[in-house]
Design a protein around this ligand. Structure first.
Ligand SMILES: C[S@@+](CC[C@H](N)C(=O)[O-])C[C@H]1O[C@@H](n2cnc3c(N)ncnc32)[C@H](O)[C@@H]1O
Length: 273
């Protein structure tokens, strides 16, 4: 007779069948040979993350039917993958045209029911109110997973809006805006649940700016506990860049630095109480 399943309150993974989950990563180094495509995913937005990040984290940290809150929705990778995995999603994005574009990529009958798309500034109270209204409409009081994939400060310029984190005048201002979003996300997330921060570092005037660690520290300040720092390669994004890779390699050798090949996927948990 089959043993009854043994699950945690925040996952459908049956621990009695733990050997069956080869596809679920548990090591802190994620090496993907290429970006997952199909199932609604396209490389259509400069700055989007690979769907595997969403697949892995939703599989480990949510149950079927639960609500993922992505406060930097971009081109909608989280929303697409949430639906693929039988989850629901609330997505916030500053750029109205992008929200319209994401709307067109999702099945019409799931919009306004299983997926709520909000045009808004994730640092603002008005957006928090709109997320709460969406949660209520979905029959929930809190989200079950918080996804944070902010701009890596000014590495990519996303819009001309002052509330866009990519327009923060300096690193401290960027971190302050990011912390505000993390604090609002903390309040919207159910106790005992997880948050995922996807971020890379940058160089500025010959100095490494460790945005990953500094953002992690800001997420801790609002009350989250760090569970894991995962390093993920970006090999799949680098294809076809042979000539420029050589140029960067020359510059690295000449300048004494290393070329970024990785980003961080940092996992946090909101305490139960
Ligand atoms: C790194 S991208 C996210 C990409 C997304 N994960 C995807 O796969 O397409 C960051 C996004 O945050 C948006 N953004 C920047 N500042 C924001 C703010 N204050 N509120 C909401 N969205 C913001 C940008 O317009 C950009 O689309």
């Amino acid at each position: 007779m089959d043993r009854p399943s043994k699950t945690k309150p925040w996952s459908d993974i049956d621990l009695n069948r733990w050997r069956d989950y080869d596809h679920v990563l548990t090591d802190s180094l994620w090496l993907f040979s290429s970006r997952a495509s199909g199932d609604g995913h396209k490389l259509d937005y400069h700055g989007n993350f690979i769907p595997q990040i969403v697949t892995q984290t939703l599989t480990r940290y949510t149950k079927a039917g639960e609500v993922v809150l992505d406060v930097f929705l971009g081109s909608g990778t989280s929303a697409i993958e949430a639906l693929n995995l039988g989850r629901r999603c609330i997505g916030v994005e500053l750029k109205p045209d992008l929200i319209e574009y994401v709307r067109g990529k999702l099945p019409a009958d799931r919009l306004g029911t299983d997926v709520h798309l909000i045009v808004g500034d994730s640092t603002s109270q008005a957006t928090t109110d709109a997320v709460r209204a969406a949660l209520t409409a979905m029959g929930e009081t809190h989200a079950h997973l918080l996804m944070l994939h902010p701009p890596y400060h000014d590495i990519i310029h996303f819009s001309d809006r002052a509330s866009d984190l990519s327009n923060a005048p300096d690193t401290d201002a960027f971190l302050d805006m990011f912390e505000t979003v993390a604090r609002r996300g903390y309040d919207l997330l159910a106790p005992g649940r997880f948050a995922v921060l996807v971020i890379g570092d940058k160089y500025e005037k010959g100095e490494l700016i460790p945005l990953g660690f500094w953002c992690m520290e800001r997420v801790n300040r609002v009350g989250f506990k760090t569970k894991a720092i995962v390093v993920k390669n970006i090999e799949g994004n680098e294809r076809g860049k042979g000539r420029s890779n050589n140029l960067w390699r020359y510059r690295a050798l000449a300048g004494g630095y290393y070329i970024f090949k990785h980003e961080y996927v940092i996992i946090f948990r909101k305490p139960e109480r």
